[in-house]
Design a protein around this ligand. Structure first.
Ligand SMILES: C[S@@+](CC[C@H](N)C(=O)[O-])C[C@H]1O[C@@H](n2cnc3c(N)ncnc32)[C@H](O)[C@@H]1O
Length: 333
């Protein structure tokens, strides 16, 4: 089976031989010294996919087949394109599990970043009846192949593929985002995922995590690690809380989906425990002596509608102090 490993770095999949042919986007060192690259370095770049293919075993034909392409996106001959991630397919069984993890359904707009032959958006629409699938891919041959496969699968009207740099793709409409990239690429995308995707959007990554942003769920299928994150609403700040008509102050700090803070009650500061977000759903526990109260609510911008509060069915709701909305600390990557 062919797998991506953290060692399959960008450089391995880089075929660039000179700066004028490189992509417009500054590539963080990938281009450095490219104009002076020796013949040896050029061959190293050419040999890299072969080595990767040899390392990965079965399925390597795809890597080589597309390496030979002469298609020119934006006038750049494909052999000179710099890939941030080499082309390796997700096995069909793993695609299924990714869609299961994300709970893809007919309301979803799925975007696959680095869509390869298009199998993930096509499966989402064909098998899960997703509303729409969109794949962005830098290699034109792969985009052509994906479009053809979509037509063959009878979903050409609800799946779109574009030759595009995934770092420049507008991801804000996605309700599900899928990725089979590399660790540094995931990390580079993380701040955008947190700030541009609506709370509740599901993000599934094949093989690689997103550092200290712990996944909400994970799984293994056919030797592949899979991770699911639910984009959390930003709930950090100072809140006025109404509990059965009595005013309280809630002060929250947020790191990704985890919450810490205090609830001021009768002049005492009580610790917020086990605080967590799942999309727009919030829950935390507050202990006052022997009494432990579970708060469950739903966030809508600067309001929280309390859904339940312990077995006594007390009511609670909260509103955030105007102008006190602060960063969760996570967006900065
Ligand atoms: C590991 S493959 C995953 C393919 C597909 N998503 C799958 O799971 O079968 C990564 C894909 O990202 C594409 N890619 C690499 N750099 C890219 C970039 N900057 N923008 C868009 N696609 C890119 C590669 O050409 C490759 O097809």
């Amino acid at each position: 089976m062919m797998l991506l490993t953290p060692g399959a770095s960008r450089r391995r999949s880089s075929f660039a031989a000179g700066p004028p042919l490189g992509k417009k986007r500054p590539l963080g060192g990938k281009q450095a010294g490219a104009s002076l690259r020796s013949v040896g370095a050029f061959f190293a770049a050419r040999l890299a996919p072969l080595m990767l293919a040899a390392f990965c075993g079965a399925g390597s034909a795809q890597t080589l087949e597309f390496e030979q392409s002469s298609v020119k996106p934006g006038g750049i001959p494909f052999p000179f394109l710099e890939l941030d991630v080499p082309y390796v397919k997700t096995a069909d069984g793993v695609v299924e599990r990714m869609l299961d993890l994300a709970g893809v359904n007919e309301e979803d707009y799925l975007i696959d970043l680095g869509s390869g032959d298009g199998r993930i958006p096509i499966a989402a629409v064909r098998d899960r009846k997703a509303r729409y699938g969109f794949g962005v891919e830098i290699v034109p041959d792969l985009v052509d192949k994906a479009r053809e496969s979509a037509r063959e699968a009878g979903v050409g009207d609800r799946v779109r593929f574009e030759v595009q740099d995934l770092f420049e793709t507008d991801i804000s409409s996605a309700t599900v985002l899928t990725m089979y990239l590399l660790p540094d690429v995931n990390m580079k995308l993380r701040p955008r995922i947190l700030s541009e995707l609506a709370p509740g959007t599901r993000v599934v990554s094949h093989a690689f995590d997103m550092g200290e942003w712990e996944s909400d769920e994970s799984d293994h299928r056919d030797g592949a690690s899979l991770y699911l994150w639910i984009v959390p609403a930003n709930i950090e700040g100072e809140w006025n809380v109404d509990i059965d008509g009595e005013p309280h102050r809630l002060s929250l700090r947020q790191t990704f989906q985890r919450l810490q803070g205090t609830l001021e009650r009768n002049g005492r500061e009580l610790l917020v425990e086990a605080g967590a977000m799942r999309g727009t759903d919030v829950h935390f526990l507050v202990r006052d002596g022997a009494e432990a109260t579970q708060y469950i609510g739903r966030v809508a911008g600067d309001s929280i509608i309390g859904l339940s509060m312990d077995s006594k069915h007390r009511q609670w709701r909260a509103s955030r102090d105007a102008g006190k909305v602060v960063s969760t600390g996570a967006e900065g990557g």
